[in-house]
Design a protein around this ligand. Structure first.
Ligand code: BGC
Length: 400
């Protein structure tokens, strides 16, 4: 007993010294990393990821913003709420960097906006008719959040959950690996769905997005990304002068609630023909006369992409003549929802002042066909236990 009392002060002294040593080591490592980052950013070398606070959700969860900068100066910010890309700064033809994606200033705005700006969409991107579907004779009731239909996963889809984020910065690319487990029954969907979405930026100004999911029960999955682009970098301008190309000979006409009728219609001779580069405004000239454009109202349709068996291929592009910015979309997916922000109504505050008015952003959402779970003739969206859902899309930015 006595011995212990004698040795106690010595143990205390020793452990205090060790503690101070550890703290110093941490501090040194931290400042070395910071120095390296500051130097790299200044010299425009390598890839960097920084983290900052982005406030809290209404339920009190902390939201973090991750900002990736590449060696060329491209800068992308993503928050762990909805995996939302809040900003993407890329150069114009004069080398000036501007933000080209619509976004909001706070988590509470993202929680209530209803526009899905920049978000990961799941479990099911796009609409499911009458918010229900059947699998093996069993009916699954989803949340109707778009008239009678379920849109983008229901009331609390993947755009409104907190994702776990693992940042990784390498020499030539940096990535954010986002993971989320959607519980069996969430939104009405069967099976525990383990989902991974990886955003990768490389030094060639490419944003690659890889999606993966596994389930423990037969289910349906259709994941996508809902960034609204305005390549002019000026959110007070509409996107109607963007010149768009979509490699699709057919598109899916919709009913009055925007559910595909089930028919594949040739684009030939319609305003939906973007096989050659065409200004969006050209097709919109038929806004009042074309029945399908009246339904959108405007472009809000799914294009059936060509070469569906060719894996990753060029599916679409958009060019903004004033800035010279050019975006190409490569994907493994069979279809592309091209939506031109018809429902933006000037009620949301825009970055840089003003409000997001109608058609100030467009989305190119790679995906399977809307309402696939109810339309047998469409490519299958069923995921079985033991199988892995995979999907990849890359947005490549350049100038011309
Ligand atoms: C849909 C639009 C919908 C929008 C919501 C798009 O994917 O096609 O109809 O209004 O998402 O922001």
């Amino acid at each position: 007993m006595k011995k212990i009392f004698k040795t106690l002060p010595a143990i205390f002294l020793l452990s205090s010294l060790l503690f101070i040593q550890c703290k110093n080591t941490d501090k040194n490592e931290g400042s070395a990393a910071e120095n390296e980052q500051a130097e790299g950013t200044r010299d425009n070398r390598g890839m960097h990821i920084s983290e900052s606070d982005f406030g809290k959700t209404s339920e009190g969860e902390a939201v973090t913003k991750y900002t990736i900068t590449n060696s060329a100066g491209l800068e992308m910010s993503v928050i762990n709420y909805g995996g939302i890309i809040t900003s993407l700064k890329i150069p114009n033809k004069n080398g000036e960097y501007q933000d080209v994606v619509l976004g909001l200033d706070s988590v509470s705005q993202y929680e209530t906006a209803g526009t899905y700006f920049g978000a990961i969409i799941g479990r099911f991107g796009n609409r499911i008719a009458n918010a229900s579907f059947e699998l093996d004779g069993k009916k699954y009731q989803l949340e109707a959040n778009d008239g009678p239909n379920s849109l983008h996963g229901g009331n609390k889809g993947f755009d409104k959950v907190i994702w776990n984020v693992e940042p990784r910065a390498g020499e030539d690319e940096a990535s954010l690996k986002l993971t989320y487990t959607s519980k069996d029954g969430e939104g009405g969907y069967p099976g525990n769905l383990e989902t991974t979405v990886t955003y990768t930026i490389n030094s060639n100004n490419e944003l690659d997005i890889k999606y993966e999911a596994t389930t423990d029960q037969k289910t349906v999955v259709n994941l996508t990304q809902h960034s609204y682009f305005n390549l002019s970098g000026d959110f007070s301008k509409t996107i109607l002068d963007h010149v768009v190309q979509i490699d699709a000979d057919e598109y899916l006409p919709v009913d009055k609630t925007l559910i595909p009728t089930g028919k594949l219609e040739p684009v030939e001779g319609t305003p939906f023909d973007f096989r050659e580069p065409t200004p969006i405004s050209d097709g919109m000239k038929q806004e009042e006369s074309n029945e399908q454009l009246k339904r959108g109202p405007g472009f809000d349709h799914c294009w059936v992409l060509n070469d569906q068996d060719n894996g990753m291929r060029l599916a679409a592009s958009a060019y903004e003549p004033t800035s010279g910015r050019f975006m190409e979309v490569y994907t493994t997916e069979p279809a592309l929802q091209f939506y031109i922000g018809n429902f933006l109504d000037g009620s949301l505050p825009a970055k840089g002042g003003g409000n997001y008015e109608k058609r100030t952003g467009f989305c190119m959402e790679t995906q399977h066909y809307p309402d696939s779970p109810n339309q047998e003739q469409f490519p299958s969206v069923v995921l079985e236990p033991g199988d892995t859902y995979t999907s990849e899309t890359a947005y490549k930015f350049s100038v011309k």
